[in-house]
Design a protein around this ligand. Structure first.
Ligand code: F3S
Length: 280
């Protein structure tokens, strides 16, 4: 990289929940177990490849787990029905659901019902959101931004709900969340808001914004499938070019000019080894 000055974010890289999940898989392998993960354990192709080489199999549903294999639930968590299926099949299971995600499951399970709508800020196709919805006792509504929230609020108001609760995917944009809560407070009279964005995410996004404001350009290292990596790019983009790369090889020299200051951060699924490969 030609840039003279690279500034690395202190919050770059593996978060506690992802670290714990990957270590659980590595520990099982070290014990000589056969391991299956319910979906890739982490949104990082290099780590997934390393684990696959050690024999880890990725399955989509518990039904696919071969006899004798330990099934690991990843940090995103799963719907209540999936726990039921695992139990019914008598599978040995290690639950690596991040405690921050498990807390959202408990919140929605305890506070939802036929007359209480659950509003979830997040990506409707993301496994964490699918898992959260699968712990709601009544109807849940997912929105990605203010515009979608307004649409969902109209549907809720035309329905037969007495109250609402609002939670967010752990990796939701912090600034968008604040704006969404303001809108929801104005239109729902009986609303309970639970701020469930995890601290690791909030801190990483805030530091990325701060760096982006001070640097000419930003490089964000992380898996393309990773929601929190994509959000890091989104929060940096208003302040200048923000490049998302999966590893150092994807960095193009002509992105940078000599004398520029470049900020470097990485998503929660990016291992330290990959961050170190990027010259800084
Ligand atoms: Fe958990 Fe937050 Fe990481 S929710 S998996 S510690 S980004």
């Amino acid at each position: 990289m030609k840039a003279a000055n690279i500034r690395l974010a202190k919050t770059a890289g593996f978060c506690f929940g992802v670290n714990k999940a990957v270590n659980m898989v590595r520990d099982l392998l070290d014990e000589g177990r056969q391991v299956c993960t319910l979906g890739p354990i982490i949104h990082n192709p290099q780590v997934v490849e390393e684990l696959t080489e050690r024999g880890v199999r990725i399955v989509e549903v518990p039904e696919e787990v071969p006899a004798g294999c330990v099934l690991v639930i990843r940090s995103h968590g799963v719907a209540k029905s999936v726990y039921g299926e695992i139990e019914e099949r008598g599978l040995r299971c290690v639950d690596a659901t991040c405690p921050f995600v498990a807390k959202i499951h408990r919140i929605v399970a305890a506070n939802s019902g036929e007359k209480t709508a659950v509003l979830i800020a997040g990506d409707p196709g993301h496994p964490e959101v699918l898992g959260i919805r699968g712990h709601c006792a009544g109807t849940s509504f997912v929105f990605r931004n203010r515009e979608e929230l307004a649409q969902q609020l109209k549907i809720i108001q035309s329905g037969d709900f007495a109250s609402c609760i609002m939670v967010s995917q752990t990796t939701f944009h912090t600034l968008e969340w604040e704006k969404c809560t303001e809108i929801a407070k104005k239109s729902c009279t009986n609303l309970q808001i639970f701020d469930t964005i995890c601290n690791a995410t909030a801190n990483r996004q805030q530091e990325a914004i701060h760096l982006a404001q001070q640097c000419h350009k930003m490089v964000i290292v992380g898996g393309r499938e990773s929601s929190n990596t994509a959000k890091l790019r989104d929060v940096c983009a208003p302040y200048g070019p923000a490049y998302l790369v999966e590893d150092a090889l994807e960095i193009q020299r002509d992105w940078f000019c000599a004398g520029e200051t470049v900020g470097l951060t990485a998503g929660a699924s990016t291992p330290a080894e990959i961050i170190k490969e990027v010259p800084h």
